[in-house]
Write a protein that binds this ligand. Structure first.
Ligand code: TXA
Ligand code: MG
Length: 318
């Protein structure tokens, strides 16, 4: 029997029993549990096979709730919350005592956001606690953007995926921390740098591979298909290096005509980077199912969400 269901009250019941429920958000599906339940949080790490040093994002129902869990809110954090919540931006702020150490991997900060999905906002309203929710994929695998993706990963491990359809933004939230009250981007994501800088002025980016003490989840290899994947600027040129192989193509805008190609997905026929983001993970899931020797992905234009997509593709290639 399928574990996919639209029944919010069933999700409430399971979460109240310290069980996990996969929840829809505008970015990707999350594997959610009660932040105050040691048992639920333990199951999140076990189910995902996630290392304990990698902290979780806390999903809250309203801006007002922030004060319950956060000790200090810098002025620019307030501006960002007001501008983008509910939405795909996560703020890393000094935590209050109530947040268990296992949520934050022992750090004195907590990552928090209000997701912009009607089903999950309703769910959060009906609960007495916020939800810790990492993306609902096994550690290092492609994030899920549909209830079916989650089901195929975890049908034997969890009781329910709350169905909210396909995720509209398609890649994870942008993560912002604060150093001396100034915003720093720790993870590129669904809220573009351009939009963020419109609200708070110029921001520094510290998401370099391997060198990010602040966001331990930003490993060099992440978000990865099982199939070997490379990221290139010129697909036709790259195809020449893989003669005789089963080649899959992830193109941005234009279909590549070449007999050597076994399977191809175009992310946005109109060349729209947001549409490309919406389709990205689903495309990687599909490509990964084709028994290919190599996936050749095309680098996107380096603006707006294009930057975030290039970041994800880069991490998929290691
Ligand atoms: O869009 C999203 O953010 C999705 C949906 C489900 O909300 N969630 C998500 O969670 O992407 P996850 O666990 O896959 O990624 C969370 C990232 C990790 O890289 C983690 O290291 C970072 O957030 N993080 C969590 N708490 C942090 C903290 N206190 N300081 C710095 N980074 C933190
Ligand atoms: Mg993740």
């Amino acid at each position: 029997m399928s574990i996919i269901s639209k029944d919010i009250s069933k999700a409430v019941a399971l979460l109240n029993q310290e069980k996990l429920v996969a929840i829809p958000t505008e970015t990707v599906y999350g594997l959610a549990g009660n932040i105050f339940s040691e048992k639920a949080i333990d199951s999140i790490f076990k189910t995902k096979q996630r290392p304990l040093f990698n902290p979780l994002i806390v999903h809250i129902p309203s801006i007002d709730y922030l004060e319950t869990i956060v000790a200090r809110i810098p002025e620019k954090a307030k501006l960002l919350a007001e501008a983008f919540w509910p939405g795909p931006i996560t703020l890393v702020l000094k935590k209050k005592e109530v947040i268990p150490d296992v949520i934050t991997a022992g750090k004195d900060t907590v990552a928090v956001r209000i997701p912009n999905h009607p089903t999950t906002l309703e769910l959060l309203k009906q609960l007495d606690f916020p939800l810790a929710a990492p993306s609902a994929n096994p550690f290092n695998r492609i994030s899920p953007t549909s209830a079916e993706h989650v089901e195929s990963y975890f049908k034997n491990d969890i009781k329910m995926v709350l169905d909210g359809g396909t995720c509209t933004s398609g890649i994870e939230s942008t993560i912002i921390g604060f150093e001396n009250d100034e915003p720093i981007i720790y993870r590129l994501g669904s809220t573009s740098i351009e939009d963020i800088e419109n609200i708070v002025g110029s921001v520094e980016i510290k998401n370099k591979k391997n060198s990010v003490p602040n966001a331990p989840g930003m490993l060099a290899r992440h978000y990865a298909p099982n199939t070997k994947t490379i990221l290139v600027t010129d697909i036709s040129d790259a195809i020449k290096q893989f003669q005789g192989k089963n080649i899959g193509i992830l193109a941005f805008e234009n279909e590549i005509k070449n007999k050597a190609i076994k399977f191809q997905i175009v992310l946005s026929k109109t060349g729209n980077v947001s549409e490309a983001a919406t389709n990205l993970y689903s495309a990687l899931h599909q490509l990964d199912e084709q028994d290919l020797d190599i996936i050749i992905a095309e680098r996107l234009p380096n603006h707006d969400i294009g930057k975030s997509i290039n970041d994800r593709l880069q991490r998929a290639t290691k």
